[in-house]
Design a binder for this molecule. Structure first.
Ligand code: PBG
Length: 338
């Protein structure tokens, strides 16, 4: 019998040997926790489609307590979305001074100062009566399209109102062409040169967003989002989207969803190693892991850690995830399933 000359198993023998050799490390400081703000509610409301998550009233102690708890666990970045019943064609509540996101950001700033990094999602789908991320327009031939450039004008207003409220980073998720340039210009003109942009650059038209749309009542009322979100069959186009966003002034770029698009994460990281890259571990991915855990198909904590580690290993610097608090708590306890 010939003995193997190389023995990779030596580095697998003890937990510490494995840890020394590990490359992808999870750190709550690199995670962003999405938070839902509900307009016109008195108490936090559980979100049925996203177990463990709530809609918080914009000016509530519960919201402040939730963010404080996250800060204690080392999760210091938050991505704010909002739910409203005040919907119209262009989503005016998205740029209202008293909009739910603006109110929540002001409240958090008053209570917690600049300790949390606040990212505000910039889109109109949860504020429009048609549920699209852009403004619809009827063509002479009768077809209805989502008008790119009219939408950019609305986005510019939203960006400025979110910056005025105190956002650190604006996160445009609507996938309109030129959205980063339009927002950058509007911010700069209004004196917000210090406010950053995290661009949803390669956002795919994905069925994994289902539970999220339930949380915000933001599903399109007609048609679908395939005329603006990317086709799941295309990978290299992500490089063009990322390149454009970087040229237009994005500070952080993003691939979304994460788990089914690990190849895209890797491709973007390899092509633009200097650009901070976020990956959005979306609602459907989160719920899948929850259900697997609840049904005894896998150990929930281990499954979650394996998923998050895979996203990091693929090349994401930042993970936007509904698991952030659970993961941070386990990491603090020294949980290491590997
Ligand atoms: C809004 C938006 C969506 C998500 C983030 N911002 C939904 C969509 O595009 O339909 C999805 C997030 C998730 O599923 O967790 N444009």
């Amino acid at each position: 019998m010939r003995r193997p000359r190389y023995r990779p198993r030596r580095l697998r023998l003890t937990p510490q040997a494995r840890r020394l050799a590990s490359e992808a490390i999870l750190d709550p400081g690199h995670m962003i926790l999405p938070i839902f703000i509900g307009e016109g509610i008195k108490r936090p409301e559980p979100i049925e489609s996203l177990p463990g998550h709530y809609r918080y009233p914009p000016r509530s102690t519960e919201l402040v307590d939730y963010v404080s708890k996250a800060l204690d666990l080392g999760v210091r970045s938050f991505l704010l979305f909002s739910y409203t019943k005040r919907k119209d064609r262009i989503g005016s509540v998205a740029f209202a001074r008293d909009g739910p996101v603006q109110t929540a950001v002001r409240h958090l700033r008053r209570e917690l100062g600049w300790e949390p990094a606040l990212f505000t999602d910039l889109c109109i789908c949860s504020y429009t009566d048609h549920g699209h991320c852009g403004v619809p327009r009827e063509l002479p031939d009768g077809r209805v399209i989502i008008d790119n450039d009219e939408t950019l004008e609305v986005y510019a207003k939203i960006a400025v109102s979110q910056a005025e409220a105190g956002a650190d980073f604006i996160a445009p998720s609507g996938m309109m062409d030129g959205q980063v340039a339009a927002i950058r210009e509007a911010l700069d003109e209004a004196g917000f040169t210090h406010v950053g942009i995290m661009a949803y650059s390669a956002k795919y038209a994905s069925v994994f967003y289902g539970p999220f749309r339930g949380a915000l009542d933001s599903a399109p009322r007609f048609g679908d989002r395939r005329s603006y979100q990317m086709d799941p069959r295309r990978a290299s186009e992500a490089l063009r989207e990322v390149e454009l966003d970087l040229e237009e002034g994005a500070d952080i770029v993003m691939v979304k969803p994460a788990l089914a698009y690990l190849d895209v994460i890797r491709l973007v990281k390899q092509s633009f190693p200097w650009a901070p890259l976020a990956a959005y571990n979306v609602s459907g991915e989160y719920v899948m892991v929850k259900l697997a855990g609840e049904n005894g198909l896998a150990d929930y904590s281990t499954l979650m850690m394996e998923v998050l580690t895979a996203i990091r290993r693929a090349g994401a610097d930042i993970i936007i995830t509904y698991h952030a608090l659970e993961a941070a708590r386990l990491l603090r306890e020294g949980f290491d399933p590997f």
